[in-house]
Design a protein around this ligand. Structure first.
Ligand code: ZN
Length: 220
């Protein structure tokens, strides 16, 4: 299994950071987490893939705008989104503006087996709108668009690699809070993601010793 961070930024893309997108590949099957603008770089890793699934944490633009790039992929992905679960509305309806590019839309639930991927999701209520933390087996967890949440560490417990938002030094969440989640979860590695367009990178790293700063294109 290989994984790449295709978008390490939050809110808006910059010249160095696309918005949130993580690609995981296991043989001919790929699972994409979030469809930020980083999704435009996914095709480079998808030669020979016969199935693609794509799970969304929520519906804010920095996590769905990349759906516009779906026609560049070799296979039309099956989408999994938390509309019915967290918004009481069908995900297909919430993704309406992207309907020209989107194939089948399924409803994300707390647990699903997607081919060889074991995908878990946790409701995160501390953002403007509800979001879902995502976990792929024991390999990787993506926790973004949430303030510090004491439920995050139990959700990510024992995961190899935690990708956690570190929005600002002041919080919501801070890099120190991301490090706290990683420590409490006993995650082996922490990468800071969903970074502010004007993030002070040195200060972020100083506040989260041992963490890696997310970089677009990095193999995880
Ligand atoms: Zn976001």
């Amino acid at each position: 299994m290989n994984a790449w961070l295709l978008g390490s930024g939050g809110w808006v893309p910059t010249v160095t950071r696309e918005t949130t997108c993580v690609l995981i590949r296991d043989g001919e099957h790929a699972l994409i987490l979030d469809a930020g603008t980083g999704l435009q770089h996914a095709a480079a890793h998808l030669d020979g893939v016969t199935r693609i699934d794509l799970a969304l944490t929520h519906f804010h633009l920095d996590h769905v705008f990349g759906l516009s790039y779906l026609p560049s992929l070799p296979v039309v992905p099956q989408i999994w989104a938390p509309g019915a679960w967290l918004y009481d509305r069908p995900s297909e309806e919430l993704l309406g503006p992207f309907s020209p590019f989107v194939g089948t839309v399924g409803e994300l639930r707390p647990h699903q087996r997607i081919g060889g991927f074991d995908l878990s999701a946790r409701a995160q209520p501390l953002h403007w709108h509800p979001t879902a933390g995502l976990r792929v087996g024991d390999r990787l967890a993506l926790i973004t668009d949430t303030a510090y949440d004491p439920g995050s560490a139990p959700f990510a417990r024992g995961v190899d690699h935690l990708l956690h938002e570190a929005w600002s030094l002041d919080g919501d969440p801070s890099p120190a809070e991301a490090a706290r989640v990683a420590r409490d979860a006993h995650a082996r590695r922490l990468t800071l993601v969903h970074l502010h367009p004007h993030a002070d990178e040195a200060a972020l790293l100083a506040a989260a010793p041992g963490a890696t700063l997310g970089r677009d294109g990095a193999e995880l």
